[in-house]
Design a binder for this molecule. Structure first.
Ligand code: HSE
Length: 433
């Protein structure tokens, strides 16, 4: 049995320093759990001079990745630099040298899943990635182990804290997107370049990871229909809440319908008394329907130094225990379910649509006529106050309709002379199945 498990950490940023802190502050508790000493052998970062607010033996620090890759005593490489290109090379090279991997890199996993797990199989190295989705929520282990006997039917995830923070604040303070985004950047709840977050791409990456595990299906980022939150306005949030009883959340949705898998990321209206609607601020939640469990909801901090550190160190401890007992090796699935991905055009759902039109006789008839021609049935209509000049917002909820039909109908409606702006569409989920 090995007496010491050696760790190489790549990336000494917020999470990297959290991992160093937790491993250094609790050595005996962690050793007891693992059955061997877990020791940091090297920490590599481009910047090893800026103080991190923790005590570190300077001899552990290096700017040279080969000090980890070429050290035969290092058992686990913890990749925390993010990004795709460099992280991919480090992970593949480390596995070639027989090292197990812990990573938080959802973008890389989403894009290079096959390559990484083929290498993992070839070299008998494990790749663990609990911190890639949901920060401190141990959702990966739950899907893998806790729900292993279930057929998972659907996943609805609030898995981007930045977007949830912005939408929650737009709703509670009745502010517009740009104003809240600016405040979020100033207070550290959004990054300086939040494009991946606000365009839904980060959520799509995380959905690829969750969906690949939950549905035993190879999913690529291109399979996920993705919309962000930048077009959501304060007005739509107010109409959704006050007129229809819905809250708007950016959801990552993976759902089996008619033996096909739907994969979508978009702002979604959900009933405001649903558990998911109560998840506000930077918090994350994953609502999963298993055929045995019925609905489950996992809630917690989806980002931040210590929640992410919790997930990374859990992976380190799990792997270290297996290495100590000589049973660490490739574990990722080698089979995939034969299930097709449903094209977005075939999606059937309810829609909220806002039109900006002239306030004159016949407008409603023209719009509803086109919707009717495309088999779209309206469940309620509200005409709001005039905005500027003669322009009025008309807000509609539809019954279940086909996405392809909605798109064609909206294109036609937007060309009507009485329509003065591009219509806005938000999908509605009742979350009953
Ligand atoms: N940018 C991510 C978020 C961080 O806002 O949730 C965690 O992946």
């Amino acid at each position: 049995m090995k007496k010491v498990i050696n760790i190489g950490i790549v990336g000494f940023g917020t999470v990297g320093s959290g991992v160093v802190e937790v491993l250094s502050n609790n050595p005996s508790r962690i050793s007891r759990k693992v059955g061997a000493r877990v020791q940091i052998k090297k920490i590599v970062d481009k910047d090893i001079t800026t103080p991190r607010g923790i005590k570190v033996d300077r001899s552990l620090l290096s700017t040279n990745i080969n000090h980890i890759l070429d050290d035969p005593e290092i058992d686990i490489v913890v990749e925390l630099i993010g990004g795709e290109h460099e992280a991919r090379e480090i992970i593949l090279e480390a596995m070639k040298k027989g090292k197990h991997i812990v990573t938080a890199n959802k973008a890389l996993l989403a894009k290079a899943w096959d390559e990484i797990f083929e290498a993992s199989k070839r070299y008998g190295c494990e790749v663990l990635f609990e911190a890639s989705v949901g920060g401190g929520i141990p959702i990966i282990q739950c899907i893998r182990q806790g729900l292993a006997s279930n057929r998972i039917l659907s996943i609805f995830g609030i898995i981007n804290g930045t977007c949830n923070y912005i939408l929650s604040k737009m709703s509670s303070e009745k502010k517009d997107f740009c104003e809240v985004l600016k405040e979020a950047k100033e207070s550290g709840f959004a990054e300086a370049s939040p494009i991946l977050d606000i365009e839904g791409i980060d959520t799509a990456h995380k959905l690829v990871v969750l969906g690949s595990l939950a549905f035993s299906k190879r999913i690529s980022v291109e399979d996920v229909y993705t919309e962000g939150i930048t077009y959501i306005t304060k007005r739509d949030i107010v109409y959704a809440e006050e007129e229809f009883g819905y809250t708007i959340k950016l959801l990552g949705i993976a759902k089996i319908i008619d033996n096909k898998l739907e994969l979508r990321v978009h702002p979604t209206m959900i009933p405001k008394d649903h558990l998911l609607a109560s998840v506000s601020g930077e918090y994350n939640a994953i609502y999963i329907m298993g055929d045995l469990t019925d609905p489950l909801m996992f809630y917690g901090k989806g980002a931040g130094k210590f929640p992410a550190t919790s997930a990374v160190t859990a992976d380190i401890i799990y792997l270290a225990k297996k290495i100590t007992n000589g049973v660490a090796g490739y574990i990722e699935k080698s089979y995939y379910e034969d299930i097709d991905i449903k094209p977005m055009d075939e999606f059937l759902g309810k829609y909220y649509i806002r039109f900006e039109t002239l306030d004159q006789p016949g407008v409603l008839a023209s719009i509803s006529g086109i919707l009717g021609e495309h088999n779209i049935s309206i469940s309620s209509v509200i005409q709001k106050e005039r905005r500027s000049g003669d322009i009025v917002p008309i807000v509609m909820l539809t019954h279940e309709a086909k996405e392809a039909n909605i798109r064609i109908a909206l294109k036609k409606i937007d060309k009507l002379p009485i329509v003065k702006a591009k219509s806005l569409l938000i999908r509605v989920e009742e979350l009953t199945k």
